[in-house]
Design a protein around this ligand. Structure first.
Ligand code: SF4
Length: 698
């Protein structure tokens, strides 16, 4: 906020001088009755609860709500979310690109014709080698995604791929446990957290809850944070372990080695992976503290002390998500999540808890039995290269989309059509053949998936605060619209109806409570006389939750430390030994380690007001590469010098910034758009988190 607001007095003086000479241009704030509405912000996965002050029907300001979820927090972006409707670059009509040409304003009929023609062709294929329909933006467990999955089952080859999110780690943990159970992390009650790069203070899980728990001086939860560079979270941690980028899996296996060999954990009898000759024990035995010290850059005694601390002063809940260097791969996640099992964190308050039954998806309304068709895959890696003929991307909400460099190889070289749903001209929209305008904050009902730290089952909606302009589509409604035009569906369920049917199912089941956003009071679902009444409450910002704790059954679940697939032990071994593939290239050729930072999409998401302040005052973030002064001196570059950064997959000219917060030998690429347009960070596992690199003066 300081950086954003410091030029404010000068800008105000400047603007007052201009506006006082142009009175007719002055915007007239509406006058009328003041009222308050409630909603949940969807600009990122945190889903903060918000109170909206309206003059007549017009939202004029937003504020956080002090509740057990929101804690009164809205970030600068959320505080001005209601400005997005007025963004000067708003996408207001379909755009279509003729072959090799620029995107041009077009009609809905033209956009529909392009997409429905492809859908028709893809639905009629019969050969195993045929092309794919791929959709990016799956939000598992939401009614909209369930309804779309049911539609996709009609295609012989379809992919519905989720976006990287904070819950990926707990999904991997769930895949290691027998049974089909939805898991969450009870961080609020944990005594100690061991974080593998999770950006707790920059934005992870429920932001307000994380700030309250980890940013206060009298916090009760100890934090050990693992991250190469000195981020905000690293600064706030009780212990910061600065490791070499890409060595998280090695550290996790090294900690497991100490825990097992020093008998610091009580292995469960339900886990055969801890027998001496098991593949997991053999894997862990390879990663002694001394070997892991060489891979991570930590001292062996630090690894031993950390293992003792998480076992004896905790137990510590282990969480992950690389921030500075992107999300960790599945193999790395398996190694990290194994620690939660060793520490006995399953079914323990302050550990990993099974969400109460029935889950949201078990009471889903529109397609309760919907299962993906035999051809529907959920992972980008499962789509054959060059096979996607129609790619539909939901760039409309706070989705963290996979990097373009990882998606592009999946496209058919000469037949692919890329369709992007966007409210604002993001970098994804620039790559599209068809852009479809979508609603922005406050214009449509949207369902929020539960956060990784929500141990209750919950259902929250982002409210429709204003009447949307006509011609806007969300993902499901646009696919429905084109499927009808292609003759593949007659009256598919709309997004809003899907959500309503889910609410009706909750009402019929009569489970859980509804928490009012205005006063935090809970009312039993059984006290609502109809599902319409329940819908009105939820669409007005209330939260349904089913928090009834399950009877915890100590050590009765079966789990696999070796991972659910037969090749997982080998994958973990490779990920730990090679530090994200760095071992594949000669250090003499690429002496540096390149990582990239997630960026705020200032160019697209930010409100017109903040854009004016940040862009006109030159305070907006620029693409830059940050290195330690010692590394710069060794490489012979000065601050501000433009250098060419090279990795095995690309090169980029970018100015240098010096920072003591960056580990020596590491080069941090910062891009305010959060995009890797140069393909510089395209690794083999599509996580794009760490690459070998070098730099030369451009
Ligand atoms: S943290 Fe995310 S959900 Fe919360 S106000 Fe900011 S953008 Fe919205």
């Amino acid at each position: 906020m300081g950086t954003m607001l410091s030029p404010l007095p000068w800008k105000l003086l400047d603007d007052v001088s201009i506006w006082t000479q142009n009175w007719s241009w002055i915007p007239k704030p509406p006058k009328g009755a003041v009222s308050f509405k409630y909603t949940n912000c969807t600009l990122c996965g945190s889903g903060c609860a918000a109170q909206v002050r309206c003059i007549e029907a017009e939202p004029v300001s937003l504020a956080g709500i002090r509740s057990d979820i929101g804690l009164g927090f809205l970030c600068p972006l959320g505080l001005v979310a209601h400005h997005l409707r007025y963004h000067p670059d708003r996408v207001t009509q379909p755009l279509v690109r003729a072959k090799g040409d620029e995107l041009k304003p077009s009609s809905l009929d033209d956009a529909t014709r392009v997409v429905s023609g492809k859908l028709q062709r893809l639905a009629q294929q019969t050969q195993p080698s045929d092309s794919y329909l791929a959709i990016l933006g799956n939000r598992p467990g939401t009614a909209g995604s369930d309804a779309l999955l049911a539609l996709l089952a009609r295609f012989p080859h379809a992919a519905y791929v989720g976006c990287p999110n904070d819950g990926d780690g707990v999904s991997v943990l769930g895949s290691m446990v027998e049974g089909d159970q939805d898991w969450a992390l009870d961080i609020a009650n944990s005594k100690m957290v061991l974080s593998f790069g999770a950006p707790l203070l920059e934005g992870w899980g429920t932001s307000g809850r994380m700030l309250a728990q980890f940013a206060s001086s009298d916090r009760k939860t100890r934090l050990i944070h693992v991250e190469p560079n000195c981020s905000l979270t690293a600064r706030a941690a009780d212990v910061w372990l600065s490791i070499q980028p890409g060595s998280e899996a090695a550290l996790a296996l090294g900690l497991a080695n100490v825990l097992i060999e020093a008998k610091l954990v009580d292995p469960s009898a339900t886990c055969p992976d801890l027998e001496v000759d098991s593949p997991y024990r053999k894997l862990v035995a390879e990663f002694s503290a001394e070997r892991v010290a060489g891979l991570t850059g930590l001292k062996p005694e630090v690894i031993t002390q950390t293992a003792r601390a998480i076992a004896q002063e905790g137990p510590a809940l282990v969480i992950s998500r690389g921030y500075v260097s992107g999300p960790v791969s599945r193999a790395e996640e398996l190694a990290i999540q194994g620690l939660n099992f060793l520490l006995g964190n399953l079914d323990r308050p302050g550990g990993a808890l099974a969400r109460p039954s029935p889950s949201q998806s078990q009471v889903a309304g529109p397609t309760p039995a919907s299962q993906p068709g035999p051809g529907v895959v959920r992972a980008l890696a499962a789509i054959p290269d060059g096979s996607v003929e129609l790619l539909i991307v939901d760039a409309s909400s706070g989705n963290d989309l996979p990097p373009w460099a990882a998606v592009q190889p999946k496209l058919s070289p000469d037949q692919a059509v890329v369709v992007v749903l966007a409210g604002l001209p993001t970098a994804w929209a620039q790559r599209a053949d068809v852009v479809v305008p979508s609603p922005v904050f406050g214009e449509a009902i949207e369902e929020l998936p539960g956060n990784v730290d929500d141990t209750a089952n919950s259902l929250r909606l982002s409210a429709r605060l204003v009447d949307p302009r006509p011609g806007l589509f969300n993902l499901l409604d646009f696919v429905n619209h084109t499927a009808v035009a292609a003759g593949l569906a007659t009256s598919p369920v709309s997004y809003e109806d899907a959500a309503k049917q889910k609410v009706a199912a909750i009402h019929q089941a009569g489970i859980g409570n509804v928490v009012s956003p205005a006063d935090g009071q809970a009312k039993a679902v059984t006290d609502y006389s109809s599902s319409d009444e329940l819908w009105t409450a939820l669409a007005g910002g209330a939260r349904w939750e089913n928090a009834a704790p399950e009877a915890i059954k100590p050590a009765t679940r079966r789990f696999s430390l070796a991972g659910p697939d037969s090749g997982d032990v080998e994958r973990m071994r490779k990920a730990a030994a090679q530090r994200g593939g760095l071992a594949d290239v000669a250090p003499s050729e690429y002496p540096l380690t390149v990582v990239s930072a997630e960026g705020w999409a200032y160019d697209s998401k930010v409100s017109p007001l903040l854009a004016k302040i940040t862009w006109e005052s030159g305070l907006h973030a620029e693409r830059t590469c940050m290195i330690n002064p010692a590394t710069a001196a060794k490489q012979g570059v000065l601050a501000g010098t433009t250098v060419t950064v090279q990795t095995p997959s690309g090169s980029l000219d970018v100015p240098v910034t010096l920072s003591e917060e960056i580990m020596p030998g590491v080069l941090l690429l910062e891009d305010p758009t959060g995009e890797d347009q140069s393909g510089l960070m395209t690794g083999t596992d599509a996580t794009c988190r760490v690459m070998p690199g070098r730099l030369e003066v451009a």
